[in-house]
Design a protein. Structure first.
Length: 427
């Protein structure tokens, strides 16, 4: 009798209580591995040095290193007071990807839903993939954004990789990439970064995208585009969607995750969109309802404030053109910092080749620094970046670029000596 009156929690306690101590439910839980990107922010925050620089997370900063609230966002804030209904955010997002006059939009062939930023859009897609293609794999570029591995792992989709970056030439290994596409089993899922690849800053050319798209037709593969940096590669939103438009011309069915964290500086608002192209509007309605069901069970619905901001900016012609200008300003600032960093290293007399700093595109520079050099930068110079040597260029400012160049010069001295010796041998 007594047992029936205990709450469920009390019963558990009772079962797991010995006379002397309570047996814990969670004793077997070990700490999770540190996230390679968030771990950098933690180390940076814990460093008391006034000279410290955070080049870890890919979030936009101004030339003073401060987070930026875009002017279009400020103006949208003033307009959204009292707004309640969300109708156009998904439609406007889809137009950004596929083009404003695209038939896909007119025919209602895209199943789009709001998502918790780019991460949430990827997570929804991975779950959808598992539900409807439970035996499938996902192919990632090598390397890719570290969180892709976590997202598809948690959805229980096994991953494979395809060749992407060649560390020797510091450029795309296109031949190996094409071989991997050809050798993958027919109808495989591939993830692409349509522009400003993270972490390498290396994108296929237009011609190469056409070849990839052609080969996807031959093999019947499914392309999933993770679009987290639209506008950051070229400064132009349409140009940065070129890869997707090529696949569209070739009549592929496409999946796309979009994020406004970087392009509108709305990192903290978690605004994104997942869209899946379908054969017709009936299929789109079915797919949309399935994704909505997945989202409903995960988090109910996304927070509304950021979505209203994005919707207001995208559907007001003046705000949209202001945003387009501001994207260009952000992309240009990063590009200028690439030039200055490279020039400074060259002025210091570095005998290493730093051309890749300006050849690469987007938010990141894949510097080629080794994990040992990255550790030295943190310990001796208070400069923080991910272990793979990725520099978030948004963290480079007029005020810190000299200091950064000097530090990189210092930690690469022994490599420079080796380069000189090799050079003298070959002469
Ligand atoms: N995809 C890619 C390729 C990407 O680099 C990021 C974020 C995201 C998706 C997720 O974006 P969000 O919309 O914030 O959910 N990358 C940077 C930030 C982070 O990891 O949180 C980064 O690599 O630093």
């Amino acid at each position: 009798m007594y047992w029936r009156y205990l709450t469920r929690a009390a019963r558990r306690c009772s079962v797991h209580t010995t006379s002397s101590r309570t047996v814990g439910w969670w004793d077997h839980v070990a700490p999770a591995a540190k996230d390679p990107i968030n771990g950098v922010t933690e180390a940076f925050l814990a460093d008391p040095s006034p000279f410290k620089i955070n080049l870890g997370v890919g979030a936009y900063r101004d030339d003073k290193g401060r987070p930026v609230v875009l002017q279009c966002v400020r103006e949208a804030e003033a307009k959204i007071a009292g707004s309640e209904f969300l109708t156009k955010m998904v439609e406007e997002s889809v137009k950004l990807v596929y083009g404003k006059d695209s038939d896909v939009v007119k025919e209602g062939r895209s199943a789009g839903v709001q998502a918790l930023s780019g991460t949430g859009a990827c997570r929804l897609f991975a779950e959808f993939q598992r539900r409807f293609h439970p035996e499938s794999h996902i192919y990632f570029p090598d390397p890719t954004w570290s969180n892709h591995h976590n997202i598809w792992r948690d959805a229980q989709i096994p991953e494979r990789t395809y060749h992407y970056y060649d560390p020797d030439s510091k450029s795309l290994d296109f031949a190996a990439l094409m071989d991997d596409i050809k050798n993958a089993p027919d109808s495989s899922f591939f993830l692409f970064h349509p522009s400003a690849h993270n972490p390498t800053g290396v994108d296929p050319t237009e011609e190469q995208w056409r070849e990839i798209s052609y080969q996807f037709k031959v093999k019947g593969h499914f392309p999933f585009f993770d679009m987290a940096y639209q506008g950051f590669a070229s400064g132009d939103l349409d140009k940065d969607a070129q890869a997707i438009r090529i696949f569209l011309e070739d009549e592929h069915l496409i999946g796309c995750a979009q994020s406004y964290a970087k392009s509108m500086g709305l990192y903290g608002h978690r605004v994104g969109c997942l869209s899946i192209l379908c054969v017709d509007s009936k299929q789109a309605a079915a797919i949309r309802s399935q994704i909505q069901q997945i989202a409903r069970a995960m988090y109910g619905s996304p927070p509304v404030h950021g979505i209203l901001l994005v919707e207001t900016i995208l559907s007001d012609p003046n705000l949209k053109s202001l945003w387009i200008d501001e994207v260009k300003i952000m992309a240009d600032r990063i590009q200028r910092k690439r030039t200055t960093l490279r020039q400074n290293l060259e002025k210091l007399g570095s005998s290493l080749n730093w051309e890749h700093i300006t050849n690469q595109l987007g938010m990141f520079c894949f510097s080629g620094l080794t994990p040992y050099q990255v550790d030295r930068l943190a310990k001796e110079f208070h400069i923080y970046m991910t272990q793979d040597g990725r520099i978030s260029m948004a963290g480079v400012t007029t005020g810190n670029v000299n200091y950064l160049a000097n530090a990189i010069h210092e930690v690469t001295r022994s490599e420079q000596e080796t380069a000189k010796i090799l050079c003298s041998i070959s002469v």
